[in-house]
Design a protein around this ligand. Structure first.
Ligand code: ADP
Ligand code: MG
Length: 681
């Protein structure tokens, strides 16, 4: 019997309640617990002196216990426990709330490592709720785990230690020996031990390298397998037809990038195997007209096209533009969404079934339901930035094989895109339509805010609109943020913008309510929209000319760029005002980059330079799987190395059927089968 694969409650120290919490995190066995990797480590290898350390900055100290103080009972259920310690030069008071154990275990003369933020004055420094470890059995690199309410890092460390003792009895390995040797990788058993209880930084690095290698390898294997499956299916090949009439009907001439994209797409549509192409272009680069050209090409070949958008308002917007582009050549797109009336829906479905309707625009949810397309030739998906592995698996699914085009507004540097979207052909629109006035971007400090408000009022008076993004850090902290957003909106409504129509948009609103607010903004029933970062990507309000972002230093470059893309969509000069009081170098560097360029690919490249590729894999908005370990590795070579390894493996065994690849195969299938969309099996 192998305890590693038993239920998590069989692990000593895990009761029913804790097992439930683990299950909520997707951890059901000790083996899975061992794959719950640390988010970071507290480094005790270079403890500092109390006197040299500023208040408020987390730091590690090595101290000796001088004295345990008597507990003070503040009131029922609230007791403070304290101990006085010293680093040899300065005294420090450790303070714990309602947790007696740490102080009770301390005796005068004991040596401890403590970690936390100092407070208090020069006479008596204090530290509240510090992390402590006895020096004799300390982990100098102490793991900190992604947590859930009720499960602390300390509890996880204890449970993982036990699970590691099982592992020591029953070693595991998922990669073939040949691969381990060839790429000089640490074995899995050692790597799991070392990532949770590293002896030193070098060992930790080697462990992470191995785990990152495996994650990336699985990812690359999955993408390559998807690609070869998609290739092997046949599709309706089209004839090359001229698009001159379509071009003649456009109100502008196409950029070279748009022409290149259309050419590549039409070439794909004429091929035997179905197209699987990603059209990547910054907001405003003009992806919709490329989609329209593809639809026109398909229609002239007698094929139907559907264009799917993530939300109703985006679908409506697409219908409008597609109609503008296609009606001159006699194609009238129809709209199909959740709010289409039942009777109308029946009529539309009938027309689609008869083959009379050539272009259908709608939301994913509605289009994917039982609609009979007799001549479906092309499916276009506007994913904006939500475009991950699961969607790609769905794209390559078996069965009906129309050509597929996905549009994404997230710029990723070309080198990285080639790797993470290895299963797709990629076209990048790296050129903006002519005559667009670049958005002017300013980074200002808080005291200038009043002047910025005045500037915004002038533009509102001129009939323009603006966004105010307030200081939301993460959507997950919404409980307080929600209130902050509402309070902020209220203070704007009663203060500097009392004479204007102020709206509010935040992440906790129902989807319909969000859409209603965006629709009101679009219809100019709102002058100023106070919002969190949720402000809908892709919604076009050409009349909005200013976006002011509070605490801009808290956002990454990618987010700032997406936010800035809300303006500059019309012909008027637009402005982006980044408010910050941060003095940190990295924050300032980011804002400098924002002020210097509006090119999303340049910004993505800079982001890559500043943060390393790990963050690209780790960030949800790229739709990447959570490659936890890869996120720590900031070396591009690892990415290409795993791609090479994946190619070699698949050449030898295209479906990973051989026993040595069994665990890899299982892992790849799991990775690519999220949300019940089984693209690979
Ligand atoms: P996105 O890539 O963000 O989806 P859109 O397709 O919405 O961009 O295009 C943004 C705006 O630019 C639209 O108003 C569109 O009509 C316009 N546009 C697209 N291509 C050109 C072009 N070549 N010249 C001028 N305007 C263009
Ligand atoms: Mg768009």
């Amino acid at each position: 019997m192998n305890e590693l694969y038993e239920l998590i409650e069989t692990l000593t120290g895990v009761g029913a309640a804790r097992a439930k919490l683990y299950r909520k995190m997707g951890i059901t066995t000790p083996y899975e617990l061992l794959h719950h990797f640390p988010r970071s480590y507290i480094d005790y290898t270079n403890p500092v002196m109390i006197a040299d350390t500023e208040n408020g900055i987390p730091a590690a100290f090595r101290v000796t216990v001088r004295q345990r103080l008597a507990p003070s009972f503040v009131r029922r259920g609230f007791t403070i426990y304290r101990a006085l310690v010293s680093d040899g030069i300065s005294d420090l008071l450790l303070i714990f709330y309602n947790t007696p154990y740490t102080v009770q275990a301390m005796s005068s003369g004991d040596e401890y490592f403590v970690y936390g933020k100092l407070s208090g004055g020069m006479l008596r420094r204090e530290m509240q709720s510090p992390q402590v470890q006895r020096v004799q059995d300390a982990l100098l690199l102490q793991p900190v785990y992604p947590q859930t309410t009720g499960l602390t890092s300390a509890m996880m460390r204890t449970n993982i230690r036990k699970a590691l003792s099982y592992l020591a009895q029953q070693p595991v390995e998922t990669l073939p020996a040949q691969l381990l040797q060839g790429y000089q990788l640490m074995g899995l058993t050692d790597a799991l031990r070392a990532v949770h209880r590293p002896e030193n930084a070098k060992e930790l690095e080697a462990a992470r390298h191995r785990l990152a290698f495996e994650e990336l390898l699985q990812f690359q294997l999955g993408t390559l397998m998807l690609k070869s499956r998609a290739m092997s299916q046949s599709a309706a090949a089209m004839r090359d037809v001229p698009l001159d009439d379509f071009y003649a009907g456009l109100p502008f001439s196409l950029t070279e990038a748009q022409q290149r994209a259309i050419k590549a797409i039409c070439r794909d549509l004429c091929a035997e195997s179905p197209m699987n192409r990603l059209l990547q272009g910054d907001v405003g680069s003009g992806k919709t007209v490329v989609a329209a050209a593809a639809a026109a090409f398909a229609a002239q070949n007698g094929y139907q096209t559907v264009l799917m958008a993530p939300t109703e308002i985006l679908a409506q917007q697409h219908l409008q533009t597609m109609t503008d582009f296609l009606s001159p050549i006699g194609i009238e797109p129809v709209l199909l969404t959740g709010s289409t009336k039942a009777k109308e829906k029946r009529e539309i479905k009938k027309q689609i079934a008869s083959g009379g309707t050539k272009v259908v625009v709608g939301t994913h949810a509605v289009i994917q339901k039982d609609i009979d397309f007799p001549a479906l030739g092309l499916v276009i998906t506007d994913e904006q930035h939500r475009f991950g592995v699961a969607q790609r698996a769905a794209l390559a699914e078996k069965g009906g094989t129309p050509h597929k085009l996905v549009m994404s507004a997230t710029p990723i540097p070309r080198t990285l895109a080639l790797i993470v979207y290895g299963d797709l052909d990629i076209t990048i629109l790296d050129e903006m339509p002519k005559g667009r006035l670049p958005i002017q971007t300013f980074a200002v400090t808080g005291p200038v805010r009043e002047r910025a408000y005045g500037f915004i009022r002038e533009h509102l008076d001129a009939g323009e609109q603006a966004y105010l993004v307030c200081a939301m850090i993460e959507e997950s902290e919404l409980a307080e943020n929600l209130q902050a957003a509402e309070t902020y909106a209220e203070s704007m409504k009663t203060g500097p913008f009392a004479n204007y129509r102020v709206g509010l948009l935040h992440g906790k609103m129902k989807p319909q309510d969000k859409e209603a607010v965006m629709a009101a903004m679009k219809a100019h029933e709102i002058d100023l929209l106070v919002c969190t970062t949720v402000v809908e990507v892709g919604v076009d309000v050409p009349n909005a000319t200013i976006i002011l972002i509070e605490n801009a230093d808290r956002f990454g470059l990618a987010t700032l760029h997406q936010l800035r893309g809300r303006v500059g969509r019309g012909t008027k000069q637009s402005y982006c005002i980044l408010v910050t009081d941060s003095k940190r170098d990295d924050a300032r560097e980011r804002l400098r980059i924002m002020s210097r360029t509006v090119n999303g690919f340049v910004i993505a490249q800079e982001d890559l330079r500043l943060r390393g590729p790990g963050d690209f894999f780790g960030r949800a908005q790229h739709g990447m799987p959570p490659l936890m370990q890869a996120a720590f590795c900031s070396n591009m070579p690892l990415v290409s190395e795993t791609q090479m390894a994946a190619k070699q493996i698949l050449e030898e065994d295209p479906e990973l059927r051989s026993p040595v690849y069994q665990s890899l195969r299982t892992a790849v299938l799991q990775l690519f089968a999220k949300n019940g969309e089984n693209g690979l099996n």
